[in-house]
Ligand binder design. Structure first.
Ligand SMILES: Cc1cc2nc3c(=O)[nH]c(=O)nc-3n(C[C@H](O)[C@H](O)[C@H](O)COP(=O)(O)OP(=O)(O)OC[C@H]3O[C@@H](n4cnc5c(N)ncnc54)[C@H](O)[C@@H]3O)c2cc1C
Length: 381
């Protein structure tokens, strides 16, 4: 029995095995080309749905794959064996775009948006961030004004994962003036008149996931596309962030594990001064420190997933795990590149990509500083 296995059921292991097999067969052989191209084929959504992993965390009765928080951790861990956080993020954008729709219980929205996305036929993205505001969600200014049975939307969203190819955007819009209570979710189809989508934004990492800026100019959206009650957007989003941050913490651990494996392999193969570089104590200690930190953070992530699955709402712990895992990934990747020497700086090395991809983790889904502010609030500071 592995060190973490006491948290896992047969079903959890099945999710991980399926995702790992999928990553090794469907992603890994093509990943270098997809990274350079800045996208992966749309058919991958369909094959992931067919494999039973695209809809992890969503009920089978609406077309999901079932499972809960720990199953989500398992699928990310498995998919990361493909060697690209960008592919995982692109494939996983429905994991943040659909929960507000599904939780609203609105059958019309579920039929029109959730079911096709879970079948891998359409792409959904979550649109919160704007050119003038990211961390300060209450400053979102994209406005949706009700005119008869339509909202008229004006504004812009920035850095939207899967935004270039998305068929619909679960969009945070301002329907009222109260900073928090004036925010609502509205599903906006991207083929509506007045929606403009940028070319894929060029990024430091996550190359295989497309990222867009999206403009809205007098876009008419039927009022039946409103998700849940008007004014409920901010509070829905706070719930959504829990799963997103657990997912990002899992990316961090999985990234660090991949980097450690690469560093272990290279330090056995590479020789300097007449011996494998693992023969230097400083190298061994580096590898030991990586493994030690990974073990600690992974244990925390599994413990949180296990308790979230039991229904606990762990705001403070999720924020801590997200920060720890992000720092872990950045640090371990730095050391893994260092252990590879010049080869670590080359695009042909997996650690080169991992180190770029890792840098997103302290920024996306709430920055490191914002996580600390959340934790401080929970501590009563
Ligand atoms: C590759 C990528 C993919 C993304 N995907 C999506 C997506 O799919 N959907 C989406 O909506 N967004 C997405 N984002 C946006 C991401 O969530 C934001 O970039 C992030 O929340 C930070 O917002 P910002 O960039 O506006 O930074 P800002 O909020 O402008 O922050 C700038 C700096 O100020 C600091 N700061 C801000 N407020 C405080 C404070 N109160 N105390 C201390 N420091 C503070 C921040 O920590 C940061 O260091 C993505 C971003 C990237 C890079």
């Amino acid at each position: 029995m592995g060190f973490y296995d006491n948290f896992l059921t047969e079903t959890h292991r099945m999710f991980r095995d399926t995702a790992t097999r999928f990553a090794k067969e469907e992603i890994r052989p093509h990943v270098d080309a997809w990274e350079e191209a800045g996208e992966f084929p749309r058919e991958l959504y369909f094959s992931a749905a067919k494999a039973g992993i695209l809809g992890v965390g969503f009920d089978e009765e609406i077309g999901g794959s079932g499972g809960n928080a720990m199953a989500g951790v398992m699928v990310i861990e498995g998919l990361m064996q493909g060697g690209s956080a960008g592919v995982c993020a692109g494939l996983g954008s429905l994991g943040i775009a659909l929960p507000p729709i599904v939780q609203s219980g609105d059958q019309n929205l579920i039929d029109r948006f959730a079911r096709p996305a879970l079948r891998g036929e359409t792409i959904g993205a979550l649109a919160i961030t704007e050119p003038n505001t990211g961390s300060d969600v209450a400053a979102v200014s994209t406005r949706a004004t009700l005119e008869g049975d339509h909202f008229v939307v004006n504004g812009a969203k920035l850095f939207i994962t899967s935004g270039v190819r998305a068929d619909f955007l679960t969009t945070l819009v301002r329907t009222g003036d109260d900073p928090h209570g004036g925010l609502s979710f509205l599903v906006i189809e991207t083929n509506r008149d007045g929606v403009t989508t940028s070319a894929p934004l060029k990024k430091h990492g996550w190359w295989a996931s497309d990222t867009a800026e999206i403009g809205f100019e007098d876009v008419r959206v039927p009022s039946k596309n409103l998700v849940g009650a008007e004014g409920s957007g901010f509070f829905t989003l706070m719930g959504n962030f829990q799963n997103e941050r657990l997912a990002l913490a899992t990316y961090g651990v999985a990234t660090a594990e991949l980097a450690l494996n690469e560093a272990l392999r290279y330090s056995q193969e590479r020789e300097a001064f007449g011996r494998p570089i693992k023969g230097f104590q400083v190298t061994r200690h580096k590898l030991v420190d990586m493994k030690t930190r990974i073990t600690a953070v992974k244990t925390l992530v599994y413990q949180i997933a296990h308790r979230m699955e039991a229904g606990e709402f762990l705001v403070e712990e999720v924020s801590m795990a997200k920060n720890l895992a992000a720092e872990l990934a950045v640090d371990v990747c730095f050391d893994a590149v260092q252990l590879h020497g010049g080869m670590g700086y080359m695009r042909e090395s997996l650690v080169e990509r991992l180190s770029r991809d890792a840098r997103l983790l302290p920024i996306g889904g709430g920055t490191q500083e914002v996580m600390k502010e959340i934790i401080a609030k929970q501590m009563g500071l």
